[in-house]
Design a protein. Structure first.
Length: 348
């Protein structure tokens, strides 16, 4: 949608009808990111209405800001028709709708700095202080912000114009830094998604192949003095579901390790839900680690452990499932670092 500086009543009614339709589609979708984006959209929209008839209002600049808000609505609204699985996956992976929505809201927010009155600019300066404090590496911007706020209080018209321009540039820079952090979060989420998909495929293929050909490799072990092999199923012969059973035990260990990031980590304040993918990766990695660990113990490669019962086999699977935390803990550290640096949606 686009907004012209002068519109007829019919054009204005048609535009309002379009906005209402988009808002209804957004309200019908319970996605959390849309709720957060709609809240910021409403805040910028209300502020734009407040300055519409003000002494500093510029029709052209107002129209540009309104057009950006309309673009945000279009990007925010879910598609009218169900998209194909391929298109839906592409949208999810790229985060195109999310990033286009926030970019449009940020452009509209930047345009407001050319429309605010001086007293409103001072209030926005205080808000910018909080935003810069939530972002990393913004010390130089904080100094510029303090200088701009000082110039706003002076009686020099040129200083006030310069301060207005500086505040807008600081806002745009802060939004750029925030958007970069959001893209890093999306990149981390996509890496976790691909890794989880590869792990799930591997453990499923191994379990599926073993189900139909248990002679491919055996999870049974021979214990001195037992006289017969010990197998995961409890008998003396391999069972087709042995691999799936060990993988499930490893997943149990992976699920138990979820307690660690829940207790010590921070959730990234982003619509990409990185934390959920961290937990999924741990569970799948637990299944793979449990199977690999049991194979290594039974092969004698890890000689410090010994198996003397079927229960011990499952015990080692759970143990190695928890032990995957040594690897996935590196992901937790990166996610915690992003969580500290990324501002909440209410601040942007």
């Amino acid at each position: 949608m686009s907004v012209m500086t002068e519109m007829t009543d019919e054009e204005r009614k048609a535009l309002d009808k379009k906005r209402k339709s988009l808002l209804e589609r957004i309200d019908a979708d319970a996605a959390l990111w849309r709720t957060e984006a709609l809240s910021s959209y409403a805040q910028v929209r209300d502020e734009l209405r407040c300055v519409e008839g003000g002494p500093n209002a510029d029709k052209k600049q107002f129209a540009v800001a309104q057009a950006d808000l309309d673009s945000a609505l279009v990007s925010m609204a879910p598609p009218e028709k169900c998209a194909g699985a391929r298109t839906g996956l592409k949208q999810y992976y790229s985060g195109a709708s999310i990033e286009r929505t926030w970019a449009a809201i940020h452009r509209a927010g930047a345009a407001l700095y050319g429309l605010y009155e001086i007293n409103d600019l001072t209030a926005q300066g205080t808000r910018l202080c909080a935003l810069l404090a939530a972002l990393p590496g913004q010390n130089s911007q904080s100094i510029l912000l303090n200088e701009a706020l000082t110039n706003l209080k002076s009686g020099n018209a040129a200083d006030k114009r310069q301060a207005r321009s500086t505040l807008r540039e600081i806002y745009q820079g802060a939004m750029g830094a925030s958007d970069t952090l959001q893209m890093e979060a999306r990149g981390l989420r996509n890496t976790l998604l691909v890794t989880s998909g590869a792990l799930s495929l591997i453990i499923f293929i191994l379990g599926f192949v073993h189900l139909f050909d248990s002679s491919m490799f055996s999870l049974c072990t021979t214990v001195e003095g037992a006289g017969k092999p010990i197998c995961p199923a409890g008998g003396s012969s391999a069972h087709g579901f042995d691999v799936f059973a060990i993988e499930l035990a490893g997943m149990l260990g992976g699920a138990l390790s979820v307690v660690i990031p829940l207790a010590t980590g921070g959730k990234i304040k982003t619509p990409y839900r990185v934390f959920n993918h961290q937990l999924l990766l741990k569970i799948l990695a637990g299944g793979a680690a449990g199977l690999a660990g049991v194979i290594l113990v039974e092969s004698g490669f890890i000689s410090v452990f010994s198996i003397n019962s079927a229960v011990a086999i499952f015990g080692y699977a759970v143990f190695f499932g928890i032990a995957q935390q040594a690897v996935t803990g590196l992901v937790d550290k990166r996610a915690s670092s992003l969580a500290k640096e990324t501002p909440a949606a209410k601040n942007i």
